[in-house]
Design a protein around this ligand. Structure first.
Ligand SMILES: Cc1ncc(COP(=O)(O)O)c(C=O)c1O
Ligand SMILES: N[C@@H](CCOP(=O)(O)O)C(=O)O
Length: 465
């Protein structure tokens, strides 16, 4: 399996090289040249598999022999070994045909664990085998950072630098990153917002000359293909549990960087009978406005009660557009170049494909709070604010109520006590037992200006020999 860039000018890579990179040298994102597809009979045959067994089956063709099967199986099993629920991704019914897919049962309480626990272990394995040291750099609006640190902390062949927006993640999210011990773990609180962090990561990939000799950057954000690959699995797992392939299933996905819902789109291309894919956004609604009007218009970032989705530029939408443009990398490069300077639209044929594949909804803070309250009162189920956005948009967009609607619950409510208590919940939701000391542990992080030279100088001086 080869991986090609969405901008058409970078050399194709194999799995091991795509794992050890981020952006392509032409500024694009890597995608598989072809996707494996599965017949209804093949999908039906997966119905007896555990989550980890299914993950192995789905990931294997993408890894394409780069890791021997027995070792890959061990990596996958280990990745899900410390999830708190034995179903790994349990489904909870909150109403007739309405389901919540709990993706927060992993060690850091957000869906990021599904890919990042695996990504950390894949990096560990491959770097050990190559006897190579790398520098991991990531941007986080709160959840990717802690999952990446947990996933990578045992790996002695890397330093990890995570940039989060200063004072714009919740206290629980910040502490999940800053209390982890290890001299290869470096947290930077950047005076800016998430898009500044993401832009700095992308600029650093484009010019890595600030790194000490021989080191290269590796991404842990969803610009890294391995993130997307692992996120495809829970669409298959949950849809099969609800009757696929003999029954269609719809998904509503709280969306920011578009990685999670892009994995759902791929699951559909691979043969999963998905009826609707709902893009659920908060007030940072560039994707909802695009799906409604074919205008890509940047707006000022707004701080909301769902801070992990406070994102203006959704990186992975470029991967979607690449397919929309029938994989014409030059056309995507031209669009992205114009978008860096001005608002853009896409040709009608491309827009028609996007409209055909996605529904969308924008959910305000007031609606988020009202949804948490209503679902708690009617179903005794406590949603976090991101998942509440998913439920709200699902209900607004759901066309055929005979098709099960699954909202991805992307985070645990204990990460966001402010929003949950605004909805009338009487206290901070309890953190799981393994995090009972979180609020009293010492923290370690550096506050830096939104200044690329300052961040890169900090990184260069903190990389372990
Ligand atoms: C809790 C939570 N929900 C939803 C999202 C959106 O996911 P994506 O960026 O893959 O669209 C994120 C992060 O982006 C998140 O942390
Ligand atoms: N919400 C994310 C933002 C980064 O998204 P990613 O999926 O590209 O890593 C976060 O919590 O950090």
């Amino acid at each position: 399996m080869k991986y090609i860039s969405t901008r058409g000018k970078a050399p194709a890579l194999n799995f091991e090289d795509v794992l050890l990179t981020g952006l392509a040298p032409d500024g694009g994102l890597y995608v598989p040249q072809t996707l494996p597809t599965y017949s209804p009979e093949q999908i039906a045959a997966w119905s007896k598999l555990s989550y980890a067994e299914l993950a192995f089956e789905i990931v294997k063709p993408f890894v394409d022999g780069a890791i021997p099967d027995d070792d890959l199986r061990d990596i996958v099993n280990d990745s899900y070994s410390d999830f708190r629920n034995s179903a790994i991704a349990p489904l909870v019914q909150i109403d007739h045909n309405e389901w919540i897919l709990e993706l927060f049962q992993g060690p850091t309480l957000a869906f990021k664990d599904f890919a990042l626990q695996m990504l950390g272990r894949l990096l560990d394995y491959v770097l050990e085998r190559r006897n190579q040291k790398v520098v991991v750099m990531g941007a986080t609006s709160g959840d990717t950072g802690s999952a990446a640190i947990q996933g990578c902390k045992r790996c002695k062949n890397l330093d990890i630098f995570i940039l989060h927006p200063y004072q714009r993640v919740s206290e629980v999210q910040r502490r999940q990153m800053t209390t982890v011990e290890g001299d290869n773990i470096h947290n930077i609180a950047l005076k800016g917002h998430f898009d500044h962090c993401q832009a700095m990561v992308k600029a650093s990939f484009a010019d890595q000359s600030f790194l000490p000799g021989g080191r290269q950057l590796v991404a842990v954000n969803s610009i890294n293909w391995a993130r997307i690959m692992a996120q495809i699995v829970y669409y298959f797992y949950s849809a099969i549990a609800l009757g696929a392939p003999n029954r269609k299933v719809s998904f509503s996905v709280p969306t920011g960087n578009f990685g999670d819902i892009y994995a759902g789109y791929l699951a559909k291309q691979m043969g999963l009978p998905i009826d609707q894919l709902v893009i659920a956004t908060n007030c940072n609604d560039i994707l909802h406005r695009f799906v409604s009007s074919n205008r890509f218009e940047k707006q000022e970032l707004q701080h909301t009660l769902s801070p992990s989705m406070d994102i203006v530029i959704s990186s992975n939408f470029e991967r979607m557009l690449f397919d929309g443009y029938d994989r014409d990398g030059a056309a995507v490069a031209d669009l992205m170049d114009r978008f860096s300077r001005e608002d853009v639209s896409v040709p009608d044929s491309v827009f028609a494909k996007v409209r055909d594949l996605f529904d969308s909804g924008r959910v305000s803070d007031d609606e988020t709070v009202a949804t948490i309250k209503e679902v708690f009162e009617t179903s005794e189920y406590l949603l976090d604010p991101h998942s509440a956005i998913g439920v709200h948009a699902a209900r607004a967009c759901w066309r055929d109520r005979s098709v099960p609607m699954v909202t991805l619950a992307t985070a645990h409510p204990a990460k966001f006590p402010e929003a949950v208590m605004k909805a009338g919940y009487p206290e901070s939701p309890a953190l799981p037992h393994h995090m009972k000391d979180l609020l009293s542990l010492p923290e370690r992080y550096e506050v830096l200006d939104n200044d690329q030279a300052a961040v890169q100088a900090f990184m260069a001086s903190h990389i372990n020999a």
